[in-house]
Design a protein around this ligand. Structure first.
Ligand SMILES: [Zn+2]
Ligand SMILES: [Zn+2]
Length: 271
């Protein structure tokens, strides 16, 4: 039987200025993070012929502003359930208190716990804990129609439990944040450089290459490099490093490497 290729992924925006991705099946459409404005999310969805009013839910990885900047407006406009952990929700609403101490309300709040799978329509979602300096940060795996999509960005390194979750993915969205030399020689203040490079900061091109070189199972038809630093990385450097590591394992023929950008939506991957 011919598969219908109705599962799709598009990175609407990726990088330290804002993150948002669309994971969709034939019946369900999930936005992962809302780190750019609602207006820009709608614009980018329409540029892919996706109807914003058809979105089923919003999922949040963690409370950093490059992941929640547009959330309050987006949730109000779409009136769909917003899924986040209790700690992430508390941190988000605390940060958005007004001068009277009033916190923003989400009309349809759904709390999840890391490590516990749940379903949104016909998409199974499994959140897993990642090492990052937020209150309760998670990555996700998505399963629908026999396809597995995994997303792991905003993490300082790749612990064993994360590697386990990534196994068997058809699409792997991985952080490839910085080139270590560019970070060292770049414009950031020393403390920020320390934070980015730490085990609760962001994944370097080299750490990702180590994963591809090591216990990566070569399962993904598509590898998406995400959350690239505009200051401390270059898309071609990130791509070259990932492709070299995949080639050493003989896996470059299986894995098509794509680079997600800050400025525009990536054409959808269809599976
Ligand atoms: Zn973050
Ligand atoms: Zn981020």
């Amino acid at each position: 039987m011919l598969r219908r290729m109705s599962v799709r992924l598009s990175m609407l925006a990726s990088g330290s200025q804002g993150n948002c991705a669309l994971v969709a099946s034939s019946q369900t459409r999930i936005l992962v993070d809302a780190g750019i404005s609602c207006r820009e999310i709608f614009k980018r969805l329409r540029s892919l012929s996706e109807d914003p009013s058809a979105i089923s839910a919003i999922l949040i990885t963690h409370e950093h502003s490059d992941h929640v900047y547009g959330l309050a407006t987006l949730a109000k406009k779409l009136r769909v359930p917003v899924f986040l952990t209790a700690a992430t929700h508390a941190a988000w609403s605390r940060a958005l208190r007004n001068e009277n101490g009033e916190r923003p309300q989400l009309e349809k709040l759904e709390k999840f716990e890391s490590g516990h799978r749940f379903e949104i329509g016909d998409i199974e979602v499994k959140p897993f804990t990642i090492p990052h300096d937020a209150v309760d940060p998670v990555g996700f795996t998505f399963r629908a129609e026999g396809v597995k999509i995994s997303l792991a960005t905003d993490l300082g390194y790749l612990p064993v439990n994360v590697r386990d979750h990534l196994r068997g993915s058809d699409v792997l969205i991985m952080e490839s944040n910085h080139d270590l030399e560019m970070l060292r020689g770049g414009p950031y203040p020393w403390v920020v450089k320390q934070r980015v490079a730490s085990n609760v900061g962001h994944l370097s091109n080299a750490k990702l290459a180590d994963f591809f070189d090591g216990d990566y199972d070569n399962s993904a038809a598509f590898v998406v490099l995400a959350h690239l630093s505009e200051q401390n990385n270059h898309p071609e450097i990130a791509r070259r490093e990932a492709e070299r590591a995949l080639a050493r394992r003989g896996g470059l023929f299986n894995n098509r490497v794509l680079v997600a950008t800050q400025s525009e939506a990536m054409p959808p991957i269809r599976l």
